[in-house]
Design a protein around this ligand. Structure first.
Ligand code: GDP
Ligand code: IMO
Ligand code: MG
Length: 434
């Protein structure tokens, strides 16, 4: 099997970027297929931290990256990220990065709409305010601008007028200032010569990669619980985050998607609003946040913390077709006297073993927790399963059993090689590893 898709199996920030970076060593190509710079993927290599939002995470190893049509691309954010990478010694040239002609553009007006929508909501979603949702709304509303439009200045101006006619009616209706056109158009035209050399036929590149037997890693952003269909709607993002999004968001046959590797922390976090049944407040929640450095990569927002919810994870694995699991941040649980898994829910006094779909029901769920002994000493940097404290191994095995999916990797620190690899997803042949 030559392709692997990396998908967040919780609410995002599971450590997808560092898993993609690890897999990229054995791959020829890394492809983004959904989301935009609402993502923040962190890699730590020899003490140097790289924070990526739009660039595929293989770029740090010099592996070629593709940005698929399913990505919402803010050209300003992309150029700023390319410059940040250059300052860290990573040169991003058209030799290593190609952007789909049909990726939808995120514009300053989308950021303004995102902020206004959040202010107007009775119950805000807690978006990243990057304009991602409004850009996808324009895409499906068939008035969006696409990357290829940057090559046609006249058409670009016309399309921008159409887009602003639509949105400015809304701004005016709310008594807000209409969004000005000229600065936005001029900025786009000024950025076009830097963006256009990267633009190409991503679908064709992927077809060639397949024909020549190259290995591809598809790098998901966000996560199953933030998926627009399968997440805790409406507290979700606006794209298909599942591996199913790869086919339409990059341009390959569903049959070529390959292994789906779900990434989950051994505890849980969520940033933004929405139900989070196994959330833990007080000193324990604070300790998880502090030990796990749980603050947003781009927004700096503190993440809500809690215990691993195996009901959510099991269901997410089923709907997302997750074949294998990577469990991350085991070292964060070092020193806890007790750790817990949420292995069931109570809904209105009844025990249930699935996540209900209705938001109101999700909000009323109470966690059923199972206690496990913690461990003394540290798992930080451990690279072999046999060296884990027996209590940590017991926890991993319990997670595998509850979720019913094979654990193929466990990470024990943020550094690139702080990982126990039980079986590479590229070499997967089936059967339990732990
Ligand atoms: P992503 O969005 O899924 O790529 O994840 P983020 O980069 O937003 O968040 C993951 C955070 O956890 C980053 O700060 C990583 O450096 C860090 N991290 C990843 N794996 C580990 C690990 O095994 N142990 C610890 N302590 N930190 C980790
Ligand atoms: P990565 O790829 C965690 C959350 C936001 C908000 C909701 C909608 O780093 O895992 P949006 O701006 O997308 O309209 O916000 O989704 N969110 C994320 N949470 N990690 C992410 O990306 C996220 N991208 C969006 O906090 O709750
Ligand atoms: Mg992140």
């Amino acid at each position: 099997m030559s392709n692997v898709v990396v998908v967040g199996a919780q609410w995002g920030d599971e450590g997808k970027g560092r898993i993609v970076d690890w897999l990229a060593e054995q791959a020829d190509l890394v492809v983004r297929y959904n989301g935009g710079h609402n993502a923040g993927h962190t890699l730590v290599v020899n003490g140097q931290t790289y924070k990526l939002a739009l660039l595929p995470s293989g770029i740090v190893r010099g592996k070629p990256g593709l940005i698929g049509n399913g990505v919402a691309l803010d050209p300003e954010a992309l150029l700023a990220e390319i410059d940040r990478m250059a300052a860290l010694g990573i040169r991003v040239t058209p030799d290593v990065l190609q952007i789909a002609e049909t990726a939808t553009l995120v514009l300053p007006v989308h950021r303004a709409i995102d902020a206004a929508q959040e202010r107007l909501r009775a119950q805000p979603i807690g978006t990243t305010l990057r304009g991602i949702g409004p850009a996808y709304e324009d895409k499906v509303g068939r008035r969006g601008l696409r990357v290829c439009d940057l090559a046609e200045p006249q058409l670009l101006a016309q399309k921008l007028d159409g887009l602003l006619a639509h949105h400015n009616a809304w701004f005016r209706g709310l008594g807000l200032e209409p969004f000005p056109r000229d600065a936005m158009l001029n900025d786009l035209l000024a950025m076009a010569p830097r963006i256009l050399p990267f633009v190409g036929r991503v679908w064709e590149r992927l077809d060639r990669a397949h024909a020549s037997g190259q290995r591809t890693v598809f790098e998901g952003s966000q996560a199953v619980m933030l998926d627009v269909d399968w997440g805790s709607y409406p507290y979700v993002t606006s794209s298909t985050t599942l591996a199913a999004g790869v086919a339409s968001g990059a341009g390959i046959a569903p049959s070529r998607i390959g292994q789906v590797l779900g990434v989950s922390k051994v505890y849980a976090t969520r940033v933004g609003e929405g139900p989070f049944t196994s959330e833990v407040g007080g000193a324990t929640g604070d300790l998880l946040r502090q030990r796990g450095a749980e603050y947003g990569v781009n927004t700096g927002r503190p993440r809500r913390c809690g215990w691993l919810d195996t009901v959510q994870l099991r269901q997410s694995c089923k709907v997302a077709g997750i074949d294998l699991l990577a469990l991350t941040k085991l070292d964060v649980l070092d020193g806890f006297e007790s750790v817990y898994l949420c292995t069931g829910y109570e809904l209105d006094g009844q025990r249930i073993d699935y996540m209900p779909s209705a938001s109101a029901e999700q909000q009323r769920l109470r966690p059923v927790l199972k206690r496990f002994d913690g461990w003394e000493g540290t798992t930080r940097g451990i690279r072999s399963y046999g060296e884990l404290p027996s209590q940590a191994a017991t926890l991993i095995e319990a997670i595998q059993q509850e979720v019913g999916v094979e654990v193929s990797m466990i990470t024990t620190g943020p550094e690139r090689d702080d990982a126990i690899v039980l079986r590479s997803p590229f070499a997967h042949t089936g059967g339990a590893a732990v």
